[in-house]
Design a protein. Structure first.
Ligand SMILES: [Cu+2]
Length: 571
């Protein structure tokens, strides 16, 4: 070991070189709070704009023109796309800090390959609206695998997490496509129930707000997302309008509504280049904290209310985020959590912190009016030392956590037309859960000698572990097999409601576990019972751990929706 705290490269083990020990990352020093947070409001997080696609999209895969899709769109004529987008996955030079060299990341560029735009990571933001179906043509222009800089596979499938999306457009891990091919993804932007029990508009209580997209290539999701393949997708409707003078009067997009993607990464101390430990199967932790692709950036705000959309994009870290004023460490600064994952809560809940495991989201409203002239921090005070999970539940003292974002309240006074969350009586109702399930199933999440299993099996694209009957209700019990491991379990396609955690109803305080979700934070030795209603579309979907390292090794299963389901209880 050198004085710098890392192992000198040994034959065949150079990819471990940045680690003094399996889980300790020692990146080069970087200055903090130098660069601005990229946001949609100033164009540094680009917003997607429609294009004319040629050849025109078709319901059947256009194999002759190079489409990698193999299944026909099941709802192309039912929900004809009204807007068309192109997005190109390729490599590009990106700055994450003025103190590190330019990084060759993989990202999404706005538009088709001929538009030749540069990538950003996070990728371009989709601003979508319920009732307006869209189609995204996704081009793979990534470099060949032998030019990947040590990790990443140029074979991709982009998942819209957690869209109510037909299977063939979901970005299923097994629907990957190769270099120089494209894949048309049809996003109906419909409310669940639209073709079943809430025709013709769907169930308004299923409305979602903050989604994200990311690569989901089977066995390579951790590498490909770490390399930059992720972005935001926002859904608006007649209540969550993006205009604070209408609907629920939430802070206006994009001026006062800012998505924030949290990621922790490791940089090789010798080269300063992004480093991924291929030998770590536990979960990868970085010692650099990025928000929207910049290491510890700064955001300037005006003294008024803002909506922040927080996302933990992994690969493995859990966060508990607080609002910290270093000059007033005992302040217990409160704010409002208005959503969990994609869904607005029944009403805002006042909190002092938000806990997020990988892929979880929370929209929060923070009023900066009382902080005019001050400097604040979004601070992760959860302690986590390895991929196993956070040290439950060690919350570091204020000011001693990871300060991931600096917020300076030095903007001009601006009118605030948003509503005080304390006075918002209701967003949506929770869909009813007092319905008998057609079948109850149980899933045990297990460590298996370095790999990761569900009910004793590894993932296999062709193994249909069980079949859900369309338009039916199911109850799933998720059980953590123990060992101190924590797993963020994500189920595609339909949100669930948590009926119980360890036999008790989910708590609303101090951490919000109520509401509807698509990621269940399966903490050490926990079990949870979930309520599902599967509607509208058919085909294959996965359930998996969203610690992306566990997911790739191979804590995932395939389930299908079909006209006739089975009743396997421990599939
Ligand atoms: Cu896991």
């Amino acid at each position: 070991m050198t004085a710098g705290g890392y192992l000198v490269a040994k034959d065949g083990l150079s990819s471990r070189a940045a680690y003094a020990d399996a889980d300790t990352c020692v990146s080069p020093a970087t200055r903090t709070f130098i660069e601005l947070l990229p946001t949609p409001r100033d164009g540094t997080m680009p917003i997607q704009t429609p294009v004319v696609l040629s050849p025109a999209p078709t319901a059947a895969p256009n194999t002759a023109s190079g489409e990698g899709r193999t299944k026909t769109h099941q709802a192309f004529t039912t929900f004809p796309p009204q807007k068309f987008y192109g997005v190109t996955q390729k490599a590009g030079s990106v700055s994450v800090s003025p103190d590190l060299p330019l990084q060759t990341l993989w990202g999404f560029a706005v538009g088709t390959p001929t538009q030749n735009n540069s990538i950003t990571s996070p990728g371009p933001l989709y601003v979508a609206h319920y009732g307006e179906p869209i189609l995204v043509r996704n081009f793979n222009q990534l470099p060949p695998a032998n030019q990947n800089g040590g990790f990443g596979l140029p074979s991709v499938t982009t998942h819209l997490h957690n869209g109510h999306t037909p299977s063939e457009s979901d970005g299923n891990p097994c629907d990957f496509f190769e270099i120089n091919r494209f894949y048309d993804q049809h996003y109906p932007n419909v409310l669940a129930g639209v073709l079943s029990d809430h025709q013709p508009t769907g169930d308004i209580n299923e409305a979602m707000s903050t989604l994200w997209y990311h690569d989901h290539r089977v066995d390579f999701t951790a590498q490909n997302v770490y390399k930059g393949l992720a972005g935001f997708y926002l859904l608006f409707n007649q209540f969550d309008t993006g205009d604070e003078s209408t609907g629920f009067h939430l802070p206006s997009f994009p001026q006062f509504d800012i998505p924030m993607m949290f990621a922790d990464k490791c940089f090789d101390p010798r080269t300063g280049l992004l480093f991924f430990d291929l030998f770590n199967l536990d979960g990868i932790l970085g010692d650099k904290f990025l928000v929207n692709g910049k290491i510890q950036p700064v955001l300037h705000v005006s003294p008024r209310r803002y909506r922040f959309r927080w996302l933990d994009s992994g690969p493995s870290r859990f966060y508990q985020l607080f609002l910290t004023d270093l000059n007033n460490l005992n302040a217990h600064n409160k704010f409002w959590q208005i959503s969990s994952d994609g869904n607005l809560l029944p009403k805002p809940i006042q909190v002092e912190s938000v806990r997020l495991s990988v892929a979880e989201r929370a929209d929060v409203i923070i009023d900066f009016a009382p902080f005019a002239g001050k400097t604040l921090y979004i601070e992760n005070r959860l302690k986590q030392d390895d991929g196993r999970g956070p040290i439950d539940h060690v919350i570091r003292p204020a000011g001693q956590g990871d300060r991931v974002l600096q917020i300076i309240v030095d903007g001009p006074q601006m009118a605030d037309g948003s509503q005080d969350p304390a006075t918002i009586p209701k967003f949506y109702d929770l869909p009813v859960t007092n319905v008998a399930p057609r079948v109850s199933r149980t899933f045990v999440f297990q460590n298996s000698g370095g790999g990761w299993q569900i009910n004793g099996q590894f993932f296999d694209c062709n193994n249909i572990r069980f079949t859900v009957q369309e338009n039916s209700v199911e109850q799933w019990t998720l059980i953590n097999d123990g060992g101190g491991w924590e797993h963020p379990i994500h189920i595609h396609f339909e949100e669930f409601q948590t009926l119980s955690i360890n036999g008790r109803p989910p708590a609303a305080s101090p951490l919000v576990q109520t509401g509807r979700k698509d990621v269940l934070r399966l903490e050490a030795d926990a079990s949870a019972v979930l309520f599902f209603r599967f509607r509208d579309f058919m085909g294959k979907y996965p359930m998996h751990c969203h610690n992306t390292v566990h997911e790739d090794h191979a804590m995932m299963l395939r389930w299908d929706i079909a006209p006739v389901g089975d009743t396997r209880r421990t599939p």
